[in-house]
Design a protein around this ligand. Structure first.
Ligand SMILES: Cc1ncc(COP(=O)(O)O)c(C=O)c1O
Length: 509
């Protein structure tokens, strides 16, 4: 990304933070009232805004295996595609998923674009049923049901499956879509346990078993909700330990496990079948969710379950009943993604992530600035601790900050054409700024070296601020305003200096 593009982007973000309601004194109350609500976000500097797509080195997108984006292809490793001629024509500008998708279109030349109705009426075609079956078999499940998105699937699962008397026990860091589903669920109670903490989980189950007759008598069930790899922390659920704790705390066995495999689909286990398959625990999970929106590079999701749960969802999930079934192009992209996972190419891409993440940890931990900055608590990378002892390294590596300084790191990287995003409350707990680095199959060691250089350059600037006696930049939720941008003392990075200066001018103008 050029400096201009980065500055424009920052200007757009800052523009979005300017209060507006006062300009609308004569506007209809309908719009003025909404702008007043939006002003609350603007005043907290938390207004969200759409930003233009731009060419960047990707350390942020969900396209983990780099299947969807444009890649440099080596024709010799594509023998399984029928469209080898077109591959040559597209050359270096083609993405792998796009080729697999075109292949699928070519195999179905008479495809109909629209599905023509909901699954329960005209939208249930042979192609969707066969693909559901194929995907369920791939993941070793009894059956599967498609949803338009992982978000829809989670809201459906948690609003439909728990019955009165049941209790949902969930990891405190589960995704917002699970919370959305729980909000409308008929479960008698919902209890969080501390993130990945088996002791806290055991304690909650034991308490429920003592205090709720429906649980201690076995007439109702505890539904346990976890994720395989946590989206903001990048750590893996201790699945076997949690299962063991449930067996101990609920000796009647009235518990069922639900897992969201959004960040392990395509990345963990044989051919990317997921964490549950990697552990051989298919029979221990009542529900497994596999969104196609991350490593598979497209969108939609499948819920893997048995026929009873599938029938419940078909009968009560409002987003299925009242919405049109997926169209052929959406399904063909999903099928193309799975054909890539099953190929050697998919396997190679999955495996290539391990040396990439290893290289990052090695480089950053050996950097003298990182060591000093960590001592000064300017940043921490929790997953860097003990990385050498872990058999499997996840592609999500969060950097924790004391507050808003994550915005400065993200801006610094983006000015250099490297995309990482700052993450704030409510996505992470209040007061914790975070920068989420996501590694991709197509990231090169050179790009990682540059990323490490950018992070440590930024850390050096933060150390200089500290030496000059500046306060740490506090979280937006604590009421600071845009002055934080100008308070930053930058000395060695001209792009960052210019960027912040320019951004301030835009804000004032
Ligand atoms: C853990 C988790 N579950 C579900 C979703 C939602 O998936 P989708 O993007 O397919 O709606 C996400 C996406 O951010 C996620 O991280």
């Amino acid at each position: 990304m050029s400096d201009d593009a980065a500055l424009l982007m920052m200007a757009k973000v800052l523009e979005a933070q300017k209060p507006k309601a006062h300009e609308l004194k004569d506007a209809p109350a309908f719009y003025r009232n909404m702008e007043t609500v939006l002003d609350k976000r603007r005043m907290d500097q938390t207004m969200l805004t759409l930003l233009p797509a731009r060419p960047v080195v990707d350390f942020s997108s969900c396209d983990i295996l780099s299947l969807s984006k444009q890649v440099h292809v080596h024709f010799s490793i594509f023998p399984f595609f029928h469209l080898s001629k077109e591959v040559e024509v597209f050359g270096e500008r083609s993405g792998l998923l796009r080729m697999a998708f075109m292949d699928e279109l070519a195999k179905n030349p008479n495809f109909v674009l629209g599905s023509s109705g909901s699954r329960l009426m005209d939208g249930n075609h042979a192609y969707v049923e066969e693909l559901e079956k194929e995907i369920a078999e791939f993941h070793g499940a009894k059956t599967g049901l498609f949803f338009d998105s992982g978000f829809d699937a989670n809201t459906a699962i948690f609003s439909v499956v728990p019955q009165p008397g049941d209790v949902i026990v969930f990891d405190e860091l589960v995704h917002g879509s699970i919370h959305e589903g729980m909000r409308t669920s008929r479960a008698t109670a919902k209890r969080p346990f501390k993130h990945n903490d088996v002791g806290s989980f055991h304690e909650i189950l034991t308490h429920l078993n003592r205090s709720l007759p429906s649980i201690s008598s076995g007439t109702s069930t505890v539904l346990v909700s976890i994720e395989s790899v946590y989206s903001m922390d990048g750590d893996v659920a201790p699945v076997e330990e949690l299962l063991q704790a449930a067996k101990e705390a609920l000796p009647l066995g009235n518990f069922e496990f639900f897992i969201d495999e959004a960040h392990s689909t395509g990345l963990v286990g044989p051919q990317g079948t997921g964490l549950v398959c990697a552990l051989g625990l298919e029979e221990s999970f009542a529900v497994r969710l596999h969104p196609f929106s991350k490593a598979l590079g497209s969108h939609g999701a499948v819920v893997l379950c048995n026929q009873t749960i599938k029938t419940m969802l078909l009968n009560f999930a409002r987003c299925l009943i009242f919405s049109t079934a997926p169209s052929f192009p959406a399904l063909a992209a999903i099928k193309g993604g799975y054909s890539l996972l099953k190929s050697n190419l998919g396997q190679m891409r999955q495996e290539s992530l391990q040396p990439i993440v290893r290289h990052f940890f090695k480089k950053i931990l050996a950097h003298p600035t990182y060591i000093r900055a960590e001592e000064a608590k300017i940043l921490t990378i929790p997953l860097a601790k003990g990385w050498e002892g872990r058999k499997f390294l996840t592609h999500i590596v969060p950097i924790n900050h004391r507050g808003l300084e994550n915005h400065l790191l993200a801006a610094h990287c983006q000015f250099a054409g490297y995309c990482v995003w700052p993450i704030d409350y409510p996505v992470v707990p209040k007061g914790q700024g975070r920068t989420r680095v996501i590694f991709h199959a197509d990231n090169t060691f050179e790009q990682i070296d540059r990323l490490v250089a950018l992070i440590t350059e930024w850390a050096e600037l933060m150390l200089q601020r500290e030496r000059l006696g500046a306060e740490p930049l506090m979280a937006a939720t604590e009421g600071v305003n845009l002055d934080w941008l100008t308070k930053v003392v930058t000395t060695s990075s001209s792009t960052m200096n210019e960027g912040l200066h320019y951004a301030k001018e835009v804000e004032v103008a």
